[in-house]
Design a protein around this ligand. Structure first.
Ligand code: B12
Length: 234
């Protein structure tokens, strides 16, 4: 079996079937990145991400179709109890290492007229992976993003709006038990800052719930989140 570097070298010197081969190679690399996350192969994820960059894969695709895709699979393994919390944490470490490698390769977006997004996972919820991907994609999309982290109380969002100002407050939650925190945050921040627009997302949030809570934007994934944020600001 020809290794990836050799295949890339072949691709660079031949023209016949070049496009098909490039596409196959890219698909294979993305699958291997996803698999590295699933197998918590922290040792090799950097090299795979380097292969991706060398093969001309868009760094955004490497994040979403490689690393995040792997984490979705991890979610399924956790749900079916094949993986427990220790394995999931190792997978998350692998994803984060890949993100660290890819971040400098992501072209920094032209600021979307300086629009400012305050993002955080709501109070009571410590899940960070999806929120961090949305944050990165919004930055790539040209937004200035202030990340308040996880388990963020409504008062912290209020302080940030007061001191730094915000056009959009983007809230993430993965758990049904913390949906109420999301609603409270929207109620409290929206009460004091009526011009702020809210976006809501995370596995436990549906478009219907987001609307019911008063969020103007909802997105199922990070790519959509950027489109929605741009739509809100236009
Ligand atoms: C990883 C994980 C963890 C890790 C978190 C590590 C970390 N640093 O984030 C650890 C092991 C710490 C963990 C802990 C817990 N977890 Co957990 N965890 C998961 C798991 C396996 C994957 C989540 C994930 O990262 N997915 C991958 C990312 C890429 O996807 P995503 O988060 O959905 O993000 C995308 C979109 O949702 C969207 N998005 C996300 N945020 C936002 C925000 C906006 C504004 C927008 C527009 C879009 C958007 O874009 C993202 C990128 O495309 C899920 C299972 C699953 N099937 O999802 C359970 C899960 C979320 N966990 C669950 C639970 C219950 C817990 C614990 C309570 C377990 C426990 N008994 O201790 C604790 C939480 C404690 C707390 N107080 O928060 C439940 C929640 C159940 C529920 N419905 O309420 C789940 C669903 C597992 C299950 N089936 O029971 N967990």
């Amino acid at each position: 079996m020809i290794d990836i570097r050799s295949r890339i070298a072949i691709m660079q010197t031949t023209s016949f079937g070049e496009l098909v081969m490039a596409r196959d190679t890219q698909k294979e690399i993305l699958e291997r990145i996803a698999e590295a996350v699933v197998q918590f192969d922290e040792e090799h994820v950097d090299a795979l991400c380097a292969d991706a960059m060398e093969a001309g894969i868009d760094p955004n695709d490497a994040i979403l179709l490689g690393l995040a895709q792997g984490m979705q699979k991890v979610g399924e393994l956790y749900d079916s109890q094949e993986y427990g919390i220790p394995e999931v944490l190792l997978c998350a470490d692998t994803l984060n290492r890949g993100m660290d490698y890819l971040k400098p390769h992501v072209p920094s977006g032209v600021q979307t007229q300086g629009f400012r997004v305050i993002i955080g996972t709501v109070e009571g919820d410590i899940h960070s992976i999806g929120k961090n991907i949305v944050k990165l994609m919004l930055e790539v999309g040209g937004f200035k993003v202030v990340d308040l982290g996880e388990d963020v109380a409504p008062a912290q969002f209020l302080t940030e709006c007061r001191e730094g100002g915000g056009d959009i407050v983007a809230l993430s939650t993965m758990m049904t038990t913390t949906l109420q925190s999301m609603k409270q945050t929207i109620d409290q921040v929206g009460g004091d800052f009526p011009s702020v627009l809210f976006m809501a997302g995370g596995a436990s949030v549906t478009e219907e719930t987001a609307q019911k809570f008063g969020a103007r934007g909802y997105a199922e994934n990070a790519t959509e989140a950027v489109k929605v944020a741009k739509g809100l600001m236009s």
